[in-house]
Design a protein around this ligand. Structure first.
Ligand SMILES: C[S@@+](CC[C@H](N)C(=O)[O-])C[C@H]1O[C@@H](n2cnc3c(N)ncnc32)[C@H](O)[C@@H]1O
Ligand code: SF4
Length: 372
């Protein structure tokens, strides 16, 4: 029997909408009614999910990772904790003893007593949405909290010695005009001892409100490489394009995506993957119905290569059979340009420079027909 041992749950509510955000979320109109219908959605989705699992020969194993993302899951509150506790036990979903249970938290959108309740059902890792420590930039992004809330949040999680990650964004509007100095922002954040940083380059559509105030590509590249260098100097491993961790603090949940492993998902717009069957599914936003896509062998192969290259999983050159020799020579040219390293076991890993131009490196592999 194939097993699902990781689950992503999407909580789709926020108190206010940030102008750059493309994740599925809404502001609740009537909190209790909206939460009720979200709970009904999850119950319905679970039944559908059971059907999908049965058809494809899957069962649940005790969860090794559970990720509560959003939206702003820290707003789910006591109702959420009670609901999830019942939901897990009534559906026989167990947490493995060492389960990594992450909850995303927004500054100004959490309460200590309620976090304690969440911890009582297993939450043991937090991901804090900080984005920037520059109050003016935060305002331009329509972040609803104050910069004081941001520091209170960092202080709180640091004092309780929590295992927490901090999200930052690069390429933010007005960076150039305000001469944003991300390194000094990170320096301040480091005082709170996060075990992990996620640093994303902002992506927006052409009609974005502050499109004309976005910094240039050169600015963003410089920012990215400076941040990577800085965090590495401070002891954080650059283990994925946008992720840095202290040793042994990589996100176990996200590693499963990068290894193209099976990860279940529930909640509006959430995406799951049944790896052994190459099945990807995505939940519709308004009813617990999923769109299912079956990857072909070659799509799956391509995706695995992409995921391995974008993370410290890397590529085993010898696994390319008759193409190993061509890959070896490409790897050598990347190495000479400082884009990759090849270790003694003939495993190829990208450097921070390589991560920055991942798509063009994938094109090199296409052009040499190393991948189709
Ligand atoms: C699912 S979001 C939710 C986090 C949380 N609600 C918050 O606002 O901080 C997770 C992370 O994605 C990143 N993110 C959101 N919108 C983005 C965008 N348009 N481009 C790049 N990263 C983005 C942010 O760093 C954010 O913390
Ligand atoms: S709080 Fe987070 S999820 Fe909500 S709109 Fe802002 S960035 Fe998006």
């Amino acid at each position: 029997m194939k097993k699902i041992e990781s689950l992503y749950l999407h909580f789709p509510f926020c108190t206010h909408l940030c102008n750059y955000c493309d994740f599925y979320k809404k502001v609740p109109q009537n909190k209790s009614q909206d939460f009720d219908s979200f709970h009904q959605y999850l119950q319905g989705a679970f039944k559908e999910h059971e059907r999908l699992m049965k058809e494809n020969g899957y069962s649940w194993a005790p969860l090794k990772t559970l990720y509560l993302g959003g939206g702003t899951p820290s707003l789910w509150g006591m109702e959420g904790k009670v609901f999830l506790e019942n939901f897990l036990s009534s559906n026989n979903l167990l947490l493995a003893p060492d389960c990594e249970f992450t909850m995303e938290v927004n500054p100004g959108a959490w309460e200590e007593s309620i976090l304690n309740e969440w911890e009582s059902i297993g939450v043991n890792r937090y991901s804090l949405g900080i984005q920037s420590l520059d109050g003016t930039i935060s305002k331009h992004l329509d972040r609803v909290h104050s910069i004081g809330d941001v520091f209170d949040t960092l202080e709180f999680f640091s004092k309780k010695k929590a295992n927490f990650s901090v999200d930052f964004m690069l390429g933010l509007p007005f960076s150039k005009e305000l001469n944003r100095d991300v390194k000094s922002e990170l320096e301040r954040a480091l005082k709170y001892s996060p075990t992990h940083f996620s640093v994303y380059i902002l992506t927006v559509k052409d009609n974005y409100t502050h499109y004309s105030k976005l910094p240039s590509e050169e600015w963003i590249e410089k920012e990215y490489l400076e941040v990577a260098e800085f965090l590495k100097e401070k002891g954080y491993l650059h283990y994925e394009v946008s992720n840095f961790s202290l040793p042994h603090h990589e996100s176990q949940h996200n590693l499963r995506y990068w290894k193209s492993n099976t990860v279940g998902a529930l909640g509006p717009s959430a995406t799951g993957f049944l790896s052994e069957e190459k099945l990807r599914y995505k939940w519709k936003p308004n009813s617990p119905v999923m769109d299912i896509e079956k990857l072909t062998e070659s799509e799956f192969h391509l995706e695995k290569i992409y995921m391995s290259l974008r993370s410290s999983i890397g590529l085993d050159i010898s696994s390319f059979g008759e193409n190993s020799i061509s890959l070896e020579s490409i790897a050598e040219s990347w190495e000479q340009k400082g884009l990759a390293v090849v270790d003694q076991r003939q495993h190829l890993f990208l450097t921070s420079h390589g991560y920055l131009i991942l798509d063009s490196l994938m094109n090199d592999l296409f052009n040499l027909k190393l991948i189709k």
